[in-house]
Ligand binder design. Structure first.
Ligand code: FES
Length: 272
């Protein structure tokens, strides 16, 4: 049992087989800084994206469509000549069209291995940091409902590839001017290029992607192409957390750029 430690004897660090250490933890550094900044960053994104997803306005400024609203699948989408407006949903759909599509990137990120670590620590303190026991009495990890559902991450990966493909198409469409003539570029084109590069880097660095490419192979020597791709995915995978943040910021920035243009705060500076 654990003398003086938080929680009753039972599981985790309070299991009878573990050393009984009276202090809650032995770390002397500012270990709380990581979960605190993580929680603040994720909270800021949730507030921003919720506002934008429900706004149902200011998500299109020719030739740019906000990544939060693409593909725009409802009839009530802003008329986008040459844009990805596929009216799968008829006039009966009265809510924001972003709500039809955001479930896919949201599900991908919510079940992502890195974001799981981030919000388990930041919001649930389960555990708050390495070598800092969680305040909860029991710890069952991801072995039970509902957290066992995190296993569907690999399927969200396939949807994420589709969404990244559509955002790539949107980025190609930014090489037009406001009259939809090809061969032009504005500052928004650069914003979209940076965003799509980060979205792909994040998607390809996914742990599930790495496993799909190179997992369950008995002999790498018999699969040289997959072995090479697996090596590349592994290199990116090491940067997965940084790419998760960079792409989260860039997707919000691309949306905000479209918002600023759509609300007339300034005009898109054109290069040619
Ligand atoms: Fe993070 Fe798959 S593990 S996106």
């Amino acid at each position: 049992g654990a003398k003086g430690a938080a929680g009753p004897p039972g599981t985790g660090v309070h299991a009878p087989s573990r050393a009984a250490i009276p202090a809650r933890h032995l770390r002397t550094d500012r270990w709380w800084l990581y979960p605190a900044t993580t929680a603040a960053g994720l909270f800021a994104f949730v507030v921003y994206s919720t506002w934008r997803a429900f706004a149902n306005a200011d998500y299109y400024a020719a030739p740019y469509v906000s990544p939060f609203y693409s593909p725009c699948l409802a009839e009530n989408c802003h008329p986008m000549r040459g844009g990805p407006n596929w009216e799968v949903f008829g006039s009966w759909w009265g809510l924001s069209p972003a709500l039809l599509i955001l479930i896919f990137p949201l599900g991908f990120r919510l079940t992502c291995y890195y974001y799981r670590k981030a919000y388990y620590r930041g919001f649930w303190a389960s555990p708050p940091a390495c070598a800092v026991a969680e305040p909860h009495k029991k710890y069952t990890g991801e072995t039970r409902f509902p957290l066992i559902l995190q296993n569907i991450h690999r399927y969200f990966f396939y949807f994420a590839v589709l969404v990244a493909g559509i955002l790539t198409y949107d980025t190609v469409l930014t090489f037009r001017n406001a009259d939809y003539e090809w061969g032009h570029m504005g500052l928004g084109t650069l914003v979209f290029l940076v965003n799509i590069a980060l979205i792909w880097a994040y998607t390809v660095s996914c742990h599930s992607c790495r496993h799909i490419i190179g997992g369950r192979l008995r002999h790498f020597s018999k699969h040289p192409v997959r072995y090479r791709l697996w090596g590349w995915a592994g290199k990116l995978n090491a940067r997965h957390a940084a790419l998760a943040w960079a792409s989260l910021i860039s997707v919000a920035a691309a949306d905000f750029y479209v918002f600023l243009l759509a609300t007339g705060v300034f005009d898109d500076p054109r290069f040619f």
